[in-house]
Design a protein around this ligand. Structure first.
Ligand code: NAP
Length: 243
């Protein structure tokens, strides 16, 4: 049997790195992409994968990345995240544009570029990382909730446009997961990032990766549309029990 293949974008940390490891453990040849190539190379060495530089916001980078990917079974569109927590009254357009570039356009751009390889497999699967921020809103969060609501719209549209083709589409919508997410959101402020998870047990990157790999490893006729997973101590994005 030929080895199944997977691409994980944003695999240099957090959920992406954990997903790459778990897919490799399931026997996939995993192609990992992100901007921090040193981290990707260490990961690829560990899982016998392939490390490739990828900036999803740059069409040329995406084209060069896609040119190196063979027939593809699984694409995990994970690259993305949040920048800042400003109210609309303090709108920072550069941050909103950057979030749209990575979470929305980047996701669509990578998918378009890899669609020929997914189709060629005869058994493709696209997994998009949304968030509970795609289902809810919170003060200061509009830039991020807007892009994750967009991921929901795109995931549903993919299912409509590929109806009749052997390509599954799954959206994974986590609540608080302790990764580099908050560190990036707060521009490297480790103390502010730590406080987000204070007094509760957040999801781990592995918890989220586990749900991704579960969806991917269902039989080909079973499409898991959406998984929402949250820490038990989180009822809504901003309703948290801290012990
Ligand atoms: P993370 O640890 O900060 O990982 C984000 C990854 O995305 C990094 O590997 C980063 O790599 C990559 N990335 C960012 N911009 C990129 C770009 N332009 N091109 C290529 N790669 C890029 O955060 P995470 O929690 O694992 O986040 C993964 C996904 O889950 C994101 O889409 C996030 O919105 C979503 N999510 C996270 C949470 C949470 O609480 N953690 C909850 C819901 C949804 P480089 O910097 O090396 O490029």
């Amino acid at each position: 049997m030929t080895q199944k293949t997977a691409v994980v974008t944003g695999a240099s940390s957090g959920i992406g790195a954990a997903t790459a490891r778990m897919l490799a453990a399931q026997g996939y040849k995993v192609y990992v992409g992100a901007r921090r190539l040193d981290r990707l190379q260490a990961l690829a060495a560990e899982i016998d994968g392939v490390a490739l530089m990828l900036d999803v916001t740059d069409p040329e980078s995406v084209a060069a990345f896609a040119a190196k990917i063979p027939v593809l079974n699984v694409l995990v569109n994970n690259a993305g995240g949040a920048l800042g927590l400003e109210a609309i009254a303090e709108l920072d357009e550069a941050k909103w544009l950057a979030m749209y570039q990575s979470n929305v356009l980047g996701l669509a751009r990578v998918t378009k570029a890899l669609l020929p390889q997914l189709r060629a497999s005869g058994d493709g699967h696209v997994v998009n990382l949304g968030s509970i921020a795609g289902h809810e809103t919170y003060a200061g969060g509009a830039g991020y909730t807007a892009v994750k609501h967009a991921v929901r719209a795109i995931s549903e549209t993919m299912r409509l446009e590929w109806l009749g083709e052997p390509i599954r589409v799954t959206e994974i919508d986590p609540g608080f997961a302790e990764t580099e997410f908050s560190l990036v959101r707060f521009a490297g402020d480790a103390e502010r990032a730590r406080k987000v998870y204070e007094g509760l047990q957040p999801l781990s990157a592995e918890d989220v990766a586990d749900s991704i790999v579960w969806a991917v490893t269902r039989p080909s006729h079973v499409n898991i549309d959406q998984i929402i997973l949250k820490p038990t101590a989180q009822a809504r994005v901003d309703k948290i029990h801290r012990g």
